[in-house]
Design a protein around this ligand. Structure first.
Ligand SMILES: *[C@@H]1O[C@H](CO)[C@@H](O)[C@H](O)[C@H]1NC(C)=O
Ligand SMILES: *[C@@H]1O[C@H](CO)[C@@H](O)[C@H](O)[C@H]1NC(C)=O
Ligand SMILES: *[C@@H]1O[C@H](CO)[C@@H](O)[C@H](O)[C@H]1NC(C)=O
Ligand SMILES: *[C@@H]1O[C@H](CO)[C@@H](O)[C@H](O)[C@H]1NC(C)=O
Ligand SMILES: *[C@@H]1O[C@H](CO)[C@@H](O)[C@H](O)[C@H]1NC(C)=O
Ligand SMILES: *[C@@H]1O[C@H](CO)[C@@H](O)[C@H](O)[C@H]1NC(C)=O
Ligand SMILES: *[C@@H]1O[C@H](CO)[C@@H](O)[C@H](O)[C@H]1NC(C)=O
Ligand SMILES: *[C@@H]1O[C@H](CO)[C@@H](O)[C@H](O)[C@H]1NC(C)=O
Ligand SMILES: *[C@@H]1O[C@H](CO)[C@@H](O)[C@H](O)[C@H]1NC(C)=O
Ligand SMILES: *[C@@H]1O[C@H](CO)[C@@H](O)[C@H](O)[C@H]1NC(C)=O
Ligand SMILES: *[C@@H]1O[C@H](CO)[C@@H](O)[C@H](O)[C@H]1NC(C)=O
Ligand SMILES: *[C@@H]1O[C@H](CO)[C@@H](O)[C@H](O)[C@H]1NC(C)=O
Ligand SMILES: [Cu+2]
Length: 570
């Protein structure tokens, strides 16, 4: 067991006492320093200051082997409080380092630092990290690459090289002001002005063609692209002209290879894709365009990068462009998701619960809240936009739920998040204004340790039906079924895939459709669950699952670290 040291910055690193930890950790221990600071970037013909980690956009990549532990010291030299989340990392028994603001910790205030202990266990493939406070994740995010352990290898031929492709979104305005204004007026937040590939909008935007991201490749080799959707508010279709994509992993777990000419990837998801460079030496467009079958406004632009073969050739007069489904092609989106199957090999087995002991059914809705008297609101019908799970619009507390739960503080959250919606109606039909108005509260669902949990997410047609990428912290889960329309508790369960369901941490619940997930509640802690469309999360499409301690220390939440950022009654 070695000690690897990695310093991404200028900063100075003190060798920390690792005490007994080294004996416990199965892998190596690595250290990173993240400096949060404002940095000027020029995009779309203008310069603005954005919050970055170590001055880069996207931020630095964390690379580990399966089972390693990483200490990341986050130094906040920015203007406001921020937290960081390690998206898809289970963090066994360690919710203290999970990150969502006021769920597991209060913000790291400017001028202070906090060290996250990021514990990798069964994850292998690609995950990512991002800020989890307000809308700061628009610019504060980066890749996490988890290689096989040194003793093992990929379940596919070793690729010639790997490349990270981070899909992002660029706003000309200040993202924090955009969401603050939207929440103040009750209206829709402004949409972005561009999508980006590795921070660059690409050739289809003004003032951008000189900096388009180029991926230089050698003819005849196979590359592993680690694709991350860090976009704030839109699912994406992604493809490369004249090249097949072979998807071999998603969300830090392997799948049976899928050969396709496009992928549909939701915010929060990652996909590991093999691409063989078997076409004539030339230039080819890589493109990503929104999937957003929706009546709400969204960014309809397309971002590009260029796949550039090495060698001597005359560049084509017109670079071939991939054929991608249109923004409203829900079939194309659903068809892709339906093809995902776990690898389910001896080395990468599935462990899907078959005997369910906790069942939860969650109606997922976009709603309205009545505009307060003597106020004018700019949402539909003069109301405020809102969103809910089981008709409860989540309210973020000012003391972290984890702190309140661990220390038995009353009045911060209630434990009565319901296991069924308050009304059963034709969720995906003509809903009229049924459940237009949700109730508001900070409600969590308590689950006993090691329960076999099933959650059915039912998208609804209330106000605005959309695909909802539901994400759960602290777990990956099996997607055992999904479909269009209303979930049918008689005819749908017999069709569940209990053999090789994909193991994921984020699942796009189809527009006016449903998805069923299963997992064992074997990770005690306080775990946020929310839509990964940022505006829906801001409107309250969130809840908290609290998994109680098991019978032993080894099945209980670890004691908190010596220092946690303090909560205040601000
Ligand atoms: C960013 O640019 C603005 C002017 O456009 C300038 O005033 C400011 O000092 C710059 N900030 C940094 C950190 O370079
Ligand atoms: C980080 O925070 C700790 C706890 O507040 C403090 O003792 C330490 O001096 C800080 N270190 C740096 C480099 O700011
Ligand atoms: C970018 O586009 C402009 C205007 O079409 C063109 O003059 C310029 O050559 C392009 N630059 C690159 C690097 O393609
Ligand atoms: C893409 O995959 C299809 C189906 O496997 C195959 O027929 C086709 O030849 C492949 N195309 C390229 C460019 O590799
Ligand atoms: C998608 O939108 C186009 C117009 O932009 C329309 O012609 C087409 O019918 C729509 N397709 C679906 C499936 O709604
Ligand atoms: C989706 O799959 C169905 C059934 O296989 C097929 O009929 C349909 O053409 C596919 N749609 C798209 C857009 O790929
Ligand atoms: C399912 O779980 C329950 C509760 O733990 C148990 O009583 C029952 O025997 C189990 N059934 C099967 C078929 O394993
Ligand atoms: C989190 O709590 C702090 C006080 O501890 C408060 O200032 C902040 O506004 C809260 N964040 C959110 C998103 O409510
Ligand atoms: C629900 O609404 C849809 C769309 O209007 C309709 O096709 C379906 O028959 C309705 N289902 C029930 C059970 O009423
Ligand atoms: C809800 O629907 C009922 C009956 O259609 C109507 O009377 C009422 O005004 C509606 N409320 C709102 C807020 O649209
Ligand atoms: C199945 O669904 C029907 C109709 O929504 C409902 O009445 C019934 O209670 C459900 N049964 C179970 C076991 O959930
Ligand atoms: C369990 O943890 C507590 C607090 O961390 C410690 O005091 C106790 O000795 C531990 N018990 C065992 C059996 O390890
Ligand atoms: Cu959503």
């Amino acid at each position: 067991m070695g000690l690897k040291w990695m310093s991404l910055i200028l900063g100075f690193l003190a060798i920390q006492s690792l005490g007994g930890l080294l004996c416990m950790a199965r892998g190596d221990v690595l250290h990173y320093d993240f400096v949060l600071k404002e940095t000027n970037f020029t995009r779309l013909c203008s310069t603005k200051s954005i919050l970055t980690v170590n001055g880069s956009f996207p931020g630095p990549t964390i690379q580990v082997n399966r089972g390693d532990t990483v200490f990341v010291n986050v130094h906040n030299q920015g203007l406001y409080g921020v937290t960081i989340h390690w998206h898809g990392v289970r963090q066994p028994r360690n919710p203290w380092s999970d990150g969502p603001e006021n769920i597991t910790q209060c913000p790291i205030q400017p001028g202070t630092n906090f060290t996250y202990e990021v514990i990798f266990s069964t994850e292998e493939g690609t995950l990512w990290w991002h800020a989890h406070s307000d809308w700061s994740r628009a610019t504060v995010h980066g890749a996490i690459i988890i290689l096989p352990t040194p003793a093992t290898t990929y379940p596919f031929p070793k690729p010639y090289a790997q490349e990270t492709i981070v899909l992002g979104e660029w706003y000309k305005g200040d993202v924090m002001a955009i969401i603050d204004d939207a929440l103040a007026t009750g209206g829709d937040p402004n949409v972005s002005d561009a999508f980006t590939i590795n921070g660059q909008p690409g050739d289809l935007y003004n003032c951008s063609n000189g900096t388009t991201y180029h991926l230089a490749v050698e003819y005849g080799n196979t590359y592993l692209l680690r694709i991350i959707n860090a976009v704030m508010n839109e699912e994406q279709f992604f493809g490369i002209a004249q090249h097949n994509l072979t998807v071999v992993g998603t969300d830090g777990a392997y799948i049976k290879p899928i050969t396709t000419n496009y992928i549909m990837i939701t915010p929060g998801q990652t996909m590991d894709v093999l691409v063989t460079m078997n076409q004539s030496r030339s230039l080819y467009y890589i493109a990503s365009t929104p999937y957003a079958e929706s009546t709400v406004q969204f960014d309809r632009t397309t971002t590009t990068a260029i796949l550039q073969y090495n060698g001597n050739y005359t560049p084509p007069s017109s670079i071939p462009f991939p054929t991608l489904p249109s923004y409203n092609d829900t079939d194309a989106a659903g068809n892709f998701t339906t093809r995902l199957r776990a690898l389910a090999s001896k080395e990468h087995p599935v462990n899907v619960p078959k005997n369910i002991t906790t069942r939860i059914f969650i109606a997922v809705s976009v709603n309205e809240l009545i505009c307060p008297i003597n106020t004018s609101c700019s949402g539909p019908h003069g109301n405020r936009l809102s969103a809910s799970l089981n008709n409860i619009s989540f309210e973020t507390p000012s003391i972290a739920v984890l702190q309140a739960y661990y220390n038995g503080l009353n009045g911060v959250f209630a434990s009565d998040f319901p296991s069924v919606p308050p009304y059963i109606f034709n969720f995906t039909g003509d809903v009229g204004n049924n459940t237009l108005y949700p109730s508001q509260g900070t409600k969590a669902k308590l689950i006993k340790y090691d329960e076999a949990v099933e959650i059915v997410f039912q998208g609804t047609n209330v106000l605005a039906a959309e695909n909802h990428p539901m994400h759960l912290h602290g777990f990956s889960f099996y997607l055992v079924g999904n479909g269009s329309g209303n979930f049918n508790n008689v005819t749908d369960p017999p069709n569940y895939n209990l053999i090789d369901p994909p193991e994921v941490n984020t699942i796009g619940v189809r527009k006016n459709g449903w998805a069923t997930i299963r997992f064992f509640a074997d990770n005690p802690g306080v775990w946020f669950m929310h839509c990964h469309l940022e505006r829906h999360a801001s409107w309250g499409m969130d809840t908290v699952l609290i998994v109680r301690n098991g019978p032993t220390n080894a099945t209980s939440i670890r004691p908190p670290p010596a220092y946690m950022p303090p909560c205040s009654k601000a």
